[in-house]
Design a protein around this ligand. Sequence first.
Ligand code: GAL
Length: 656
Amino acid sequence: MKLGVCYYPEHWPESWCSRDAARMVELGISCARIGEFAWSRIEPERGKFDFEWLDRAVECLHSAGLRIVMGTPTAAPPKWLVDEYPSVLPHGADGKSRRFGSRRHCRFSSRDWLRESRRIVEIVAHRYGNHPGIVGWQTDNEYGCHGTTLSWGLEDRDAFREWLAKRYATIEALNTAWANVFWSQEVTDFDQVELTNLTVAEANPAARLDFWEFSSSQVASYNRAQCDLIRRHSPGRWITHNFMGFANDFDHWKVADDLDFVAWDSYPIESLSCVPFFTGDEKLRFAETSHPDIASFHHDLYRALGRGRFWIMEQQPGPVNWADWNPVPKPGMVRLWTWEAFAHGADVVSYFRWRQADFAQEQHHTGLNLPHAHELSPGGHEVQQVSRDLQNLDADLETVQAPVTIVHDFASYWALQIQPQGDDYRFEEIMFRWYEAVRRLGIDVDFVRPGADLKGYKLVLAPALVQVDADAIRAFESADGLVLYGPRCGSRCEQFKIPANLPPGPLGDLTGVCVIQVASLRPGLEFAVSGSVNGKAICWREYVETSAETLASFANGGLALTAKHNHHYLACWPDADLLNEVIAMLATKAGLHTTDLPDFIRLRRRGDVVFAFNYGTENWNLPDSAQLLFGERTLRPQDFAAFSYADPATPSLTRQ
Ligand code: GAL
């Protein structure tokens, strides 16, 4: 458990570096990430390099004892490069080219861009690859940020055509796969394929899904090219990338395959503010703390993506600048978020940024230091406290397999974006709400990719797995715990058609379910559900025939929840009551220990150590049998405690 910080030596007078570095060390920081936006300073003109300032910064940080994470500078190409090759600029869905003047003004299908970014990565990797201060690398910065995974220009179209020719080999195969006979969409050559933006009516969903997959695959191969160069020039160093929260535009599993571990950037308050599905009440109630499952959802997801290892590369240190509203986090939250990340398995929590910039786009973004000063900000003082905490918490924290896992599939997000069928059917929301329901019971959660081994999990949740391939089926068949499939699972086959045996397609045999009709439900149109669980269907319901056991039905007829052996199928989008009852019933059936947590207290177990976090406004008491390792028996608002708890049962907390 270590601390880090994002540092921009190019933003400050060089004479500040050694003082900054010394103060970082004094604060208990051991890692500094640098370099990811510095291209215009490294290479001010084509072929004219100025590395001296960066050499000195690296030396300065290294000699202070800091371990340096070097970012490749490809998230912000310099102006001369864009002028030389305007084709590197991405195109919006309106078909227009984006301009220079911010960042991520580059696209993955521009050959010039691929060549230029490989060139700079190789030069930087070669220069710093063996420096003793460089412990690892970050590729680029937040792939896909600002909606840049998909680009809609001619070069994108040409690259898409090439990809399609490889995928389908013949144009007949493409016509069949996309069912182009519909609306006379047939083409006679790959060169006739158009992008799917700017069409008069809805574009072909199979074409859209292919374009999304193609765009996603470009991110993975772009990242792989960077990794190959770094590995060649920087032996013995690890490589990571800083992913974002609630970002599903590209398949993170495939990018993570090429990394040694993953990192993600945690801005909990802004995520709550900007993600549309949170209710107005949640946005207000948690405005200054964030919702207690936002950060942890991503810790658990990214731990899976990192095959057990992850960092927070950028942790919000106070108010930031980029959401619709940016409140100051309540005192204690920066420390709480840090500890929550450690509790979920983070190796390092690194804050963005060392010092608030009193210039340019992010002036309102706090850092650990006040603007233009050598003086800690309120967030900086909390980090000072974390450093003291770290010296006092002496516990052996194991990461063990959680009892529950959630199958996470990025392509299902694309599928549901392409064909929501109801305005409010959101992949991110169903994934999050199912996670939240498990966490409210005090149970820890893992995530897995489709097809991963499910053995050892007492309960497996597949809230939204639209296409189910042969590997996923095999994994479900050999699951030894209970499995719950959400609505729309298996509802499309590989070519984005309704499966011949009707949804849930390949899950039909396992679940004993056949979906005859589906209905999206406008807000207010709801169907009561009763049986062994009760509540309402909102947003979506299915009309199902089944040979399986019926656990709950719709009041106006039809099956809502079924079970065939250990496989359960939920034929609707459940409201909070129904969801909580379904998850609680299955957790009990699976033999899991549960507790009923208020929505602002969360627990996380690491072996025999339990962490408790209070996002609320009242004091809570730890259980009497808890042997306190850290904190106090009274868990105050915006505080955490860690205690040893050998009992496998989930501890219960009581209100004071
Ligand atoms: C991240 C980004 C950083 C900085 C930060 C501000 O998305 O990686 O460079 O812009 O947001 O919160």
